[in-house]
Design a protein around this ligand. Structure first.
Ligand SMILES: NC(=O)c1ccc[n+]([C@@H]2O[C@H](COP(=O)([O-])OP(=O)(O)OC[C@H]3O[C@@H](n4cnc5c(N)ncnc54)[C@H](O)[C@@H]3O)[C@@H](O)[C@H]2O)c1
Ligand SMILES: CC(C)[C@H](C(=O)O)[C@@H](O)C(=O)O
Ligand SMILES: [Mg+2]
Length: 368
């Protein structure tokens, strides 16, 4: 199993190391061989040093791996001449067609909840963020803005039938899988179809796809109302499918609901490969201090194992993913996970050790 590893910048480096340590421990526990890591240098610091945002053959090597794992990329102090930041990962999403951005939002026991309502303990939803087009079609990294001059800049919000059909199918399949696991299995289309023709088209394709999934409960919400509802009654939602920029914003909001960005895992899935990374950034305000919560990265590692189980036809990798998810759940339940992010006393290394210890001590799965 070959993983392309892009650790990136700031806390990205520490949380990627944490995720790899946990990955190795779980693979060992489940009797699987160590992954082969191909480290690819990329990011803002690399750009400052070399003038390139990723190693010359980095994109090809990423493509050759079974999956890609990324820490975080970007430092606000290092920018291109137009003011935008160094973002080679946007090119990776584009190049590999990583249209399905899966961002789980789950309240763990004893983790801080920002809402007083006891139902906040039930929050367990997934934001499915389209990740290649929408308003990001025009991201500076792609140089596709329509007008750029001293007086005006125009960006493009692009919705295509091909990508949107795949996205909505992915969303309905996900809702169905969740239904089979005992969740509501309700899918909400989040858009702004009241104002934008492009987003009315997004909803129209949702309606076309839904006819193949009569068993899935559906709903609609405009994105502004969805922001309200995520604060007012997040427990009512299960799977939300949305445009790229909306998903970017809502996923940070939702991360905040369940403690903070250190809990915000992410999988970006395309037809041929997947990229796994925490949804947070390089957090320059806490970098180099062993303060980052590595759980978003560790949980992204579990998403990667689940993806690889299917891709490589190896169910032991799913067992390894379950071990990680269980260790996080148990850790919070038993108060063995107390991240500094939540006012606790455990830094990046201590959290990582608590998870690897739990995995190694686990009696659930004997090494084979
Ligand atoms: N996927 C990515 O690589 C990615 C995502 C978002 C931002 N960025 C980049 O990261 C840099 C910083 O961006 P930002 O400050 O807007 O967002 P950020 O996610 O880095 O930080 C936002 C806030 O959340 C906190 N935070 C984030 N992750 C945390 C963790 N694991 N544990 C504890 N606290 C955590 C930070 O300390 C900060 O207060 C920018 O250069 C931005 O472009 C990269
Ligand atoms: C850093 C940035 C390019 C990225 C995005 O906007 O997609 C980040 O915010 C994310 O959510 O993964
Ligand atoms: Mg974001």
């Amino acid at each position: 199993m070959k993983i392309a590893l892009i650790r990136g910048d700031g806390i990205g480096i520490d949380v990627a190391d944490a995720a790899m340590a946990v990955l190795e421990a779980t693979l060992q526990k489940t009797g699987q061989p160590k992954p082969e890591l191909d480290e690819i240098h990329a990011g803002a610091a690399y750009f400052q040093e070399t003038g390139q945002d990723i190693e010359a053959d980095g994109e090809e090597r990423a493509e050759a791996a079974d999956a890609i794992f990324l820490g975080a990329i970007g430092l606000p102090s290092i920018r291109h001449a137009d003011g935008t930041e160094i973002s080679p990962h946007l090119r990776l999403r584009d190049r590999f067609g990583l249209y399905a951005g899966v961002r789980p939002v789950k309240a763990y026991p004893n983790a801080p909840q920002r809402l007083a309502d006891p139902r906040a303990a039930e929050i367990d939803l997934i934001i499915l963020r389209e990740s290649t087009e929408g308003l990001f079609y025009s991201a500076a990294a792609h140089k596709r803005s329509l007008v750029v001059n001293d007086d005006e800049v125009q960006d493009i919000l692009r919705i295509t039938r091909k990508t949107t059909t795949k996205l909505h199918r992915f969303a309905f399949d996900l809702a169905r899988k969740r239904q089979n696991k005992g969740f509501q299995g309700r899918l909400t289309c989040v858009d702004k179809a009241n104002v934008f023709t492009s987003l009315a088209f997004f909803r129209q394709i949702f309606d076309e796809v839904k006819t193949d999934y009569p068993d899935v409960l559906i709903g609609y919400n405009y994105v502004d109302a969805q922001a309200l509802d995520l604060v007012r009654k997040p427990w009512d939602f299960d799977v939300l499918v949305t445009e790229n920029m909306f998903g970017d914003i809502l996923s940070d909001l939702a991360g905040g609901l369940v403690g903070g960005m250190g809990m915000a895992a992410c999988a970006e899935i395309g037809d041929h490969t997947g990229l796994f990374q925490p949804a947070h950034g390089s957090a320059p305000d806490i970098m180099g201090q062993d303060k980052a919560n590595p759980l978003a990265a560790i949980l992204s590692g579990a998403l990667m194992l689940d993806y690889l189980a299917e891709k490589l036809g190896n169910p032991h990798l799913s067992d390894a993913a379950d071990l990680i998810n269980q260790a996080v759940d148990d850790g919070f339940r038993n108060n063995r996970l107390r991240p500094i992010e939540f006012g606790g006393d455990m830094g990046t290394r201590a959290i990582t050790k608590a998870i690897t210890d739990t995995v190694s001590e686990s009696r659930q799965i004997a090494a084979q």
